[in-house]
Design a protein around this ligand. Structure first.
Ligand code: ASP
Length: 411
């Protein structure tokens, strides 16, 4: 029996994959498999629900307290700028990698024609131009905080908590009780996360059983090249580019990082949701990777919705894939437009399963590609979402380590 939680989660994930494959091979209608899948659904959902339960108070308290603490060290502006610079830089790298891989391997080339037309016929995608998208993104930033908290609208919560944090500091001593209350709320939420994580091995195993057992092998085979290119490039970004960036900026060895980050990476892989994983991400960053709470509390919640390397890489590669399928060649200007809209789309996508699919429509439309093409991408999205969410979360953790290094330790 593996002793540490880290090891238990790892073994459980492997077991989940193996059992899922077994269930998939037996077929979903065998009586034993039916019961197994039902139980896996039950346990997996409870695990995700528990994480979501603590998510909102955790984000709110961690941002407000993080900002209040930073301001005391007059470092807010540096952290803010460093964080945004890191997000934009790492996503730009991911997009470049996605485009390069699509050029190199040309997935979808030679597959255009009637198959593409048949697959997309009758599928109407919701249309949105980049300008409309930017307007709705901006509009979504400011909300009645109670509505935002009740709807778990993370971006709006982040914005309100940021402003509240600043007001707390400007008000100083006058608001010390509220600051104390928020600090203790944060501590309490992290205690709950610790308890929820005891269920993580079981929860992650259940989620992976469900995921693997319900994949459609025939669809996967048709899109095999695209799936392989996206997964391969995303893993390259996650296991080579980002660790190199981390090593270059902080000197931290990749192995040390992955050891500390493993719980969050596996949770992201199994849940396909950066938001649901956020409580675990914060725990890993603060407790295993020793990032100061004020920096982690700021970078991680913001990154969970704004910093998505995996999504950016995926959307850039998928745009070229669709262009190949539709038999359209994108010129350099159009590819630059793809870069820009992909960045916007990745920043605007909420950290929930398949969010990237929704914002993908905007990327396709920005260069006149048929938005209906997402009908082709949807059947493989659940699978691709696992790896891209894992890399999204990894980017947030690496971001907080790099930002801490750039601005120096507060205090
Ligand atoms: N599922 C991803 C995330 O939560 C977003 C996406 O669909 O790309 O980070």
């Amino acid at each position: 029996m593996p002793r540490s939680l880290n090891q238990q989660i790892f073994v459980a994930a492997l077991l989940g994959l193996a059992i899922g494959l077994g269930f998939g091979a037996t077929g979903p209608d065998a009586p034993g498999v039916k019961v197994g899948l039902y139980l896996a659904g039950l346990v997996g959902n409870v695990f995700v629900d528990l994480l979501k339960m603590v998510l909102v108070p955790l984000v709110f308290a961690s941002i407000a307290v993080g900002v209040a603490n930073l301001r005391q060290h007059s470092q807010l502006q540096r952290v803010w700028v460093a964080t945004l610079c890191f997000f934009v830089f790492s996503m730009a790298l991911a997009i470049a990698l996605g485009l390069a891989a699509a050029h190199l391997f040309q997935p979808g080339a030679g597959q255009s024609g009637t198959w593409f037309r048949d697959a997309t016929a009758g599928f109407a995608a919701k249309q949105m131009t980049p300008l409309e998208f930017a307007a709705s993104f901006l509009h979504g930033l400011f909300m009645n905080p109670f509505a935002a908290l009740a709807q778990a609208n993370i971006l709006a919560i982040v914005v309100f908590a940021l402003l509240l944090g600043i007001a707390l500091v400007v008000g100083g001593e006058r608001y010390r009780n509220i600051l104390l209350l928020l600090r203790e709320t944060l501590e309490l939420m992290l205690r709950l996360v610790g308890w929820i994580m005891r269920l993580a091995p079981l929860g992650i195993m259940a989620l992976l059983i469900q995921l693997v057992a319900t994949q459609n092998a025939a669809v996967l085979a048709t899109l095999a090249k695209f799936v392989a290119v996206v997964i391969g490039t995303t893993l390259l970004h996650g296991f080579v580019v980002l660790p190199l960036l981390l090593y270059g900026a902080t000197g931290m060895a990749p192995l040390t990082f992955f050891n500390g980050a493993r719980e969050a990476l596996l949770t992201a892989f199994a849940t396909s949701s950066s938001s649901a994983t956020m409580p675990v991400t914060l725990r890993c960053v603060e407790q295993h990777l020793h990032v100061d709470a004020e920096i982690a509390g700021f970078v991680v919640p913001l990154g969970a919705t704004m910093n998505m390397d995996g999504t950016a890489l995926y959307e850039a590669a998928a745009a070229l894939f669709v262009a190949n399928l539709a038999g359209i060649e994108l010129d350099l200007t159009q590819q630059l437009i793809v870069c820009f809209t992909t960045m916007l789309a990745a920043m605007g996508a909420p950290g929930i399963p398949s969010a990237g699919m929704v914002t993908m429509v905007m990327v396709l439309q920005s260069v006149g590609l048929p938005a209906e093409a997402i009908a082709i991408l949807l059947p493989v999205d659940r699978l691709l979402d696992t790896v891209r969410t894992m890399v999204n979360v990894e980017g947030d953790m690496i971001g907080s380590l790099v930002v801490q290094r750039w601005v120096g330790r507060p205090g």
